[in-house]
Design a binder for this molecule. Structure first.
Ligand code: AHM
Ligand code: MG
Length: 304
């Protein structure tokens, strides 16, 4: 955990100062000093790998920024799944991005060494909202906690997070520009429910979900199945199961909520088949997630 916290602080510092130093740009571009500029997500990746290696406690990592599983320390005990800079469309604007991670423990009982773990097997999951200095951490069976970075760069003031029961503060969060590409049942559900709640969308999962955990409601990234250009359909959703969806699902469960995919399966029960697989995601307050699950299941049974 120390390695992940150190990486997040380092990324936060880089994000805050990088723009001023002219160090943030598109890969292949050149900064004011005529030097090659690295993309911020590549920098964040290198920073994270550095700290994971230095800890000596991680055997393998899976990162959004690497196609293959990354071997770290042969005698490490933990698997780490992470996205070092999620929501990169916000980078050129200096707006919030996420550093998201899940941690599972290597099986010490036998030769089984499966690094592809379902979210229910994570022992911890967390998200830093960079550069706001907030960190939300779920420990399995021990709750969800939010920390704030103080002026000495320590994460302090842990507060236990519980989704509010009262719908008064609930918000919906989804990319409204995509709504006509969703299934008919999801479009209908939105039509029947959207005026009951406030709507917010920042475009970085950690930042949007940060609000969901505080205010309640639901974040969703549904399957895209009705795109006018069928090549742009995403029947399996956009978000990555292992280091995006399962991370927010565990955080949500430990705060009293739940998360499902397009078929109404619990996100935490999905056994990944490959490191970068994607899923549709509906995550937030239980009554809303249960309600949309019914709509999804009904649509499925009618279709069959
Ligand atoms: P990325 O990993 O390429 O940055 O994409 C993930 C991000 C999430 O943070 C966010 O919730 C979602 O993509 C936004 O997608 P869209 O721009 O389609 O609304
Ligand atoms: Mg991402």
């Amino acid at each position: 955990m120390d390695a992940l916290i150190s990486a997040a602080k380092h990324i936060e510092h880089y994000y805050l100062t990088g723009t001023l130093k002219g160090n943030i740009g598109l890969s292949g571009s050149v900064n004011v000093h005529g030097e090659d500029v690295m993309q911020m997500d590549q920098i964040a990746q290198e920073i994270t790998i550095h700290y994971l290696q230095a800890s000596g406690r991680v055997i393998h990592a899976i990162s959004e920024e690497a196609n293959k599983i990354i071997p770290i320390s042969l005698d490490g005990r933990y698997f780490v799944y992470f996205d070092p800079l999620d929501g990169s469309s916000n980078v050129p604007h200096g707006l919030p991005v996420g550093f998201m991670f899940g941690v599972a423990r290597k099986n010490l009982d036998g030769p089984e060494d499966n690094h592809l773990r379902a979210g229910k097997d994570y022992i911890a999951a967390g998200m830093f909202v960079i550069p706001t200095g907030t960190f939300t951490l779920a420990l399995r069976d021990a709750g969800t906690w939010r920390f704030h970075l103080d002026e000495t760069m320590e994460f302090v003031r842990p507060t236990r997070m519980n989704l509010p029961d009262e719908p008064k503060s609930w918000e919906l969060s989804f990319n409204s520009a995509n709504r006509l590409t969703y299934s008919k049942s999801v479009q209908d559900w939105i039509g029947q429910n959207e005026t009951k709640y406030a709507f917010r969308y920042i475009g970085a999962l950690a930042a949007d979900f940060h609000r969901t955990i505080s205010n309640g409601g639901m974040f969703m990234y549904p399957a895209i199945i009705n795109h006018p250009d069928p090549k742009k359909n995403r029947p399996d959703g956009k978000l990555r199961l292992m280091y995006e969806a399962a991370v927010v699902a565990l955080i949500c469960q430990e705060a009293g909520g739940s998360a499902v995919d397009e078929s109404g399966n619990l996100i935490l029960e999905i056994q990944p088949k490959e490191p970068h697989q994607t899923t549709a995601l509906y995550v937030g307050s239980k009554p809303l997630v249960e309600n949309i699950t019914q709509a999804l299941m009904l649509a499925k049974s009618v279709a069959n």
